[in-house]
Write a protein that binds this ligand. Structure first.
Ligand code: G3P
Length: 208
């Protein structure tokens, strides 16, 4: 089975650079989900066919809420889904719960991040479209989740009985193989691709 792949652009890229990378990814595989800043949504939506997720949305309703970004607003401009509770943008459980409900109601898919088995167990109750285990201490680091936390990945598969992805430090095809063997359905990755000088080459090596 082919892994589900999410590439989180974080704030490594913006504007023209985001679009450039999105086009490289699209050429490689149109099914790869990309997570971008809301400011880049419109240009990527107009110029590629990739499934676009926004890295965060706010629960606030339309109205007197300066500076917030609502699920409806990103949906209207072409977002297919949103990330919630990434370790770099943590949210309270009650906020995640009501935001997941609202996103689902309008047809936005939801990728919810968990930093531990305990958190994954709790967030599973919300039945997100994607549940992603990412140990925060390994994010952006040299050692992958597959190599550092194989027992937790295995436990998530065994105890949750729910499809999940893993992320943090993923850099090689071996990292993906290990994760899939342990029960993950795919991976979330960022720095290996967003910081690469030649992302096409890295994609090929990682997923080819
Ligand atoms: O959401 C994916 C991300 O947090 C993993 O980051 O740089 O460790 O691949 P990275």
């Amino acid at each position: 089975m082919k892994p589900i792949v999410i590439i989180n652009f974080k704030t490594y890229k913006s504007g023209k650079d985001t679009l450039k990378l999105a086009k490289v990814i699209e050429k490689f595989d149109k099914k790869i989900i990309i997570g971008v800043q809301a400011t880049d949504l419109h240009s990527i939506y107009s110029l590629t066919n990739l499934p676009i997720f926004i890295q965060h949305v706010d629960f606030v309703e339309s109205g007197k809420n300066t500076g917030f970004i609502t699920p409806e607003a990103v949906y209207d401009v072409g977002a297919r889904g949103v990330f919630l509770n990434h370790s770099e943008h943590k949210l309270k459980y009650r906020v995640i719960k009501k935001t997941v409900k609202r996103c689902k109601k309008i047809g936005l898919k939801v990728a919810v991040f968990a930093g531990s088995l305990k958190e994954a167990k709790k967030l599973r109750r919300l039945k997100p479209d994607y549940l992603i285990y990412e140990p925060p201490e390994l994010v952006g680091g040299k050692i992958s989740v597959s190599k550092a936390k194989p027992e937790i990945i295995g436990k998530i598969a065994e105890k949750l009985k729910y499809p999940f992805l893993v992320g943090a430090g993923v850099k090689t095809s071996e990292d993906i193989k290990i994760a899939m063997k342990l029960g993950a359905k795919g991976i979330a990755v960022s720095s290996a691709i967003t910081k690469a000088k030649n992302p096409k080459k890295v994609l090929k090596k990682l997923l080819g």
